[in-house]
Each structure stands twice: as C-alpha cells, then as structure tokens.
Design a protein around this ligand. Sequence first.
Ligand code: AVJ
Length: 318
Amino acid sequence: MPDDSALRPAVGSVADAALTGLLQARKTLPAKLFYDEAGCQLFARITELPEYYLTRTERTLLANMAPGVAAAVRRPAVLVEYGASDETKAEMLLGTNIFQAYVPIDIAAPQLEEMRERLCRHRPELQVCVVPADFMDVAALPTEVPPLPRLGFFPGSTIGNLDPPEARRFLQRARQALGRESWFLVGVDLRKDPGILLPAYDDAQGVTAAFNRNLLVRLNREAAATFDPSTFAHEVVWNDSASRIEMHLVSLADQYVRVAGQIIRFSRGETIHTENSYKYDAERFATLTEEAGWHCAELWTDPERLFSLHLLEPRQGP
Ligand code: AVJ
C-alpha cells in the first residue's frame, strides 16, 4: 500500500483515525487521541487522584531503584524515553548522572520543546534530542544521538494501552532501535482486585469521565464533528478474561452525529470503546518480553504488589 501520510495535513489524520474507528460495527476511538492540550491537563489531574494509585506508586519505586538501574548500566549512556509527556520521571534517572544524552519521544511536540528548554537550563551538560513522533513508529534513533549504550524507558504502564501482540511488536522494535548494548526499563501495572482497579478509572470527582468525554470535544474541534458530550456517559469495565480495564462512552440516546462529513448513527446504550488498559502478572509480562527478544534482569514491585518496574536486557543467543 503506498504511504501518503507525509502528504496529508496533520489535522486530517485526527479525522481519519476517528472515522476509521467510528465506522466499525463495534465503534472505537484510538486512545492516543486523548492527549490534546486539554487531555494532557486532565491526565495530569488523574495522576494526582487518590484512586489513581499508578503514578505515585511508580514514582516511589523509581526513587528507590534508580541507583539499582545506574548500577546495572554502570557507564555513560543515553536515556531514551518512549511517550515522554514531561521529564519528571526521567529526572529521577537523570539524577544518577550516568546519562550524557536524553532522547524524549512523544506525539505532543509543544511539550517536547518546553522540556528541552527546561532541561537546557537545569542540566546544561545534558544533550537533549527530542523526537516528535508516535513512539510506535520509531524504528531508529536520530543520527545525532551519541553512540553510547542506551537505556530505554517506558513508564506509566503506557504499554498497557497496547494489546499483547502489539506490545510484543513494540518491544521487538524498541530492541532494534536501542541496539545491541541496551536495557529497557518498563513500568507495568499489575493484575489486582477489581475493587481497586475500577475506582482508579472511575474517580469520585469525575476527572476520568471528563478525560474520556474530552475525546468528543476534540473531535468537534478537529474533525468537524457534532457530538453533544453530555449525551455520552463514561463507563468502565473490568474484562477479566482479557485482563484489562476498558473505557467506553455510552450513548444515552438514539442519535446521529456528523464526523468529517459522514453521518454516524448511535443507538441508545451503544458504546464507543475508547481505551484498553491491560494488567499483567509479573510472570506473564516476563514471558511476553522473552518472546520479544528481551530478558528480565531485575523486577521491582511495591509491598502491596500494585505496580512493577521491569529492567530488561537483550536476550542472548539465536
Ligand atoms: C497513561 C495509559 C497509563 O491506562 O492508566 C488513565 C491512561 N486512562 N485513566 C492508564 C488513563 C484513564 C493511563 N495510561
């Protein structure tokens, strides 16, 4: 198939991505569309909610094991962050002073430039090479990245947004992009009692509901859509057999909505599936990484086993 993505305007890609999902029998929208400016702000609020244990648990883990990561890497290296919406987590690793360069990869280009400026002021000795791209598409690092060992960093359980085959392909591609002398530090949310999982995605203040509905607000602005967000309810489901949290937007009425010149019909109770957040057993995640050519060198979890950090190294052998 010819690739004309370079010829299409960036705004078109939001409409294209939305229409592709909304024209399916089971309507979906890609989770990466959450992160426009308002979406990034809402997500920042989510990370501070009492119910959303992920961010604070990962932060504590990172603070505790950053010296352990530095001990494994030992020599001057490059830190490559996949999906770097801000540098606060990377800072915990940069503080170990073994990194000569930092390569943040993210689709939110304005945020990347702000990060570059802040880091330039706070860590003038650090080389920063920003990569404004979807982390799924990065097959190679820019040539200006120094030829030093690389530590890939994929925090936040963002890997949970990918279904297991996609996660496997992503891990394989990262292994190629990072090269032979590399490590990969991945934050993974663990399977647990749905009584803890469900409130983390359906908080009492309704911030996650606003984050979910903001997708429709964005499509109204960027994809010539006519959604009335108040006619869609936030719904969270724990799908035990798939081991994932699902977020949906449920249409509260029979209605027609225009999106990028097309009419989309919704019946009452029909949902748009907006996100999957897979939860892994540590052992299952280790198997997935092995299949992708990595080997788990170290695994850290908190005392309550809510969250995990996996330090991977390339698997030896054929
Ligand atoms: C950023 C993908 C890790 O799945 O927990 C938070 C996104 N969605 N609340 C997650 C999210 C709803 C988050 N990740």
